[in-house]
Write a new protein. Structure first.
Length: 159
């Protein structure tokens, strides 16, 4: 149980996203190039106040790179939801981020959603899952082995 708790804590700690409300446009900085995620948050703390938002699709947003060109926001291929004490949301897409100032815009106006962006946490979450799952299997195997030996000794075999 402790192993699963450690894995869960590691997964949550690796999900570091910056939340912003997209009125017409929201800007954010990318210092760490690579694959980044865009999530639509249904609950978040923004400016010290708890806010709620509605879900939108990746096609409802336009991504503008540091060079001013529109960049593709690739819709998420799997559903990744997260819920923490101060935020909850769903990853709606990914993009290949280069260093610089990026902008995210609503494609067709509409209601201002809460959007969170940040480096893709999937590799570190997968690492935590593999490590904690592997440790759980090892501990389960050791417990079963010790249990079998104890059973055999109490059954009168004494070996």
């Amino acid at each position: 149980m402790l192993v699963l708790l450690a894995g869960t804590i590691g997964s949550i700690a690796s999900f570091d996203l910056h939340t912003c409300e997209v009125q017409d446009e929201a800007r954010f900085e990318v210092a760490d190039p690579g694959v980044w995620v865009v999530a639509c948050e249904t609950r978040s703390v923004l400016g010290g106040m708890e806010r709620t938002g509605s879900l939108i699709a990746a096609s409802d947003l336009n991504l503008v790179g540091p060079d001013g060109e529109l960049r593709p926001l690739v819709p998420a291929t799997q559903i990744i939801r997260y819920a923490e004490p101060s935020r909850a949301g769903t990853v709606i897409g990914t993009f290949d981020a280069t260093a610089g100032t990026w902008a995210i815009r609503l494609a067709d106006g509409g209601q201002a959603p809460l959007i969170a962006v940040g480096p893709d946490p999937t590799p570190s979450m997968a690492w935590w899952t593999l490590v904690s799952g592997g440790l759980a299997i090892v501990l389960l195997g050791a417990g079963a082995g010790f249990g079998w030996v104890a059973f055999r000794r109490s059954a009168g075999g004494g070996t």
